[in-house]
Design a protein around this ligand. Structure first.
Ligand code: KPL
Length: 312
């Protein structure tokens, strides 16, 4: 029997998920606006696939009786995840498993604490961007890791990872999703605020004008990661590098791999949308405060972003 997936938030990852899952699962995209039924996916190989995707607005949900979903994927930005969930929670059993796809570490602990059913978290390196109202481009194949913060739902995470892999989005169930979310957050904190505030692509951070600032952010982030017990991936494990050097090496590697990218936070600033600073810098600043660590560089970036957002 086909499982049913609701995808709340028809942004790039939401539409990539819907397109990928719909040949093997009953999939419904849910958002504030109606979407054209025919949606085009451009694959990383440049092939175009057109599929009819079922979508509902939140208002339509109230007057329809859809089949209860096996999974609700929340693919909104971090700061709107809780409001989006509140908008649909009256239409699903409280035991429904949720899958949180947000950046940072804001929505995940809060929703894990408050939602009665299982809450899985997913972090992905698949790259996607929207192409108009009816298109999504799968820019690069990556990998998705799925798990839950309390390691209580391993079987569910495994089943979801299998479904995603079957849908063409390679995925693995992991027991260390908290580590992985913080690792991504660490890299995002070193790249996103600086590129967003300076209006530059990721690769430009290597220029003398910015490199020292990247290092200053990483210095604070490395100390916070140590206090949180988060290792850099493949780093600090007998390779002769200090934690700070390993984090810096990782950041430069991501900057190099994504040199031509406009980071998500820069895209938000250009579109005059609120940024994910609260989900990326917020947990770092909160952790620094809890552990009595200095974070003036991070705090300064957060203040500058707050001022910028206030001017939109
Ligand atoms: O994840 C990213 C983002 O844009 O949010 C990075 C790694 C910075 C790539 O652009």
């Amino acid at each position: 029997m086909m499982t049913t997936h609701w995808i709340l938030g028809p942004g790039a990852i939401g539409r990539l998920l819907a397109h990928s899952l719909s040949p093997i699962a009953a999939t419904t995209l849910i958002g504030r606006r109606a979407l054209p039924e025919q949606q085009i996916l451009t694959t990383p190989e440049g092939e175009q696939r057109v599929l009819p995707l079922s979508s509902l607005t939140i208002a339509q949900l109230a007057s329809s009786t859809p089949k209860p979903p096996a999974f609700v994927h929340i693919t909104t930005k971090a700061m709107t995840a809780e409001t989006a969930l509140a908008g649909i929670s009256g239409y699903i059993p409280p035991s429904t498993p949720l899958v949180l796809w947000q950046n940072g570490f804001l929505a995940q602990p809060r929703i894990t604490q408050t939602w009665p059913g299982p809450v899985l978290c997913a972090t992905t390196t698949d790259g996607a961007y929207l192409n108009g109202n009816d298109g999504v481009v799968h820019a690069g194949r990556g990998h998705t890791f799925v798990g839950d913060l309390n390691n209580q739902h391993g079987d569910l995470a495994k089943a979801l990872a299998q479904t995603l892999t079957q849908a063409g989005l390679a995925a693995t169930k992991v027991d260390d999703i908290r580590q992985r979310l913080w690792q991504k957050l660490a890299v995002n904190a070193a790249i996103n605020p600086l590129v967003a505030l300076n209006g530059v692509r990721n690769g430009e951070l290597r220029a003398d004008a910015y490199a020292g600032r990247v290092e200053a952010v990483v210095k604070e982030v490395a100390a916070i990661m140590l206090a949180e017990g988060i290792q850099p991936p493949n780093g600090g494990q007998g390779n002769g590098m200090s934690g700070e050097q390993a984090w810096l090496a990782l950041v430069w590697q991501v900057v190099g791999n994504t040199a031509n990218n406009k980071a998500s936070m820069l895209q938000d600033v250009e579109a005059k949308r609120p940024t994910e600073r609260g989900a990326i810098l917020g947990p770092l600043i909160g952790s620094a405060e809890r552990h009595g660590l200095g974070c003036t560089v991070l705090q300064d970036l957060d203040n500058q972003l707050a001022m910028l957002e206030a001017s939109f």
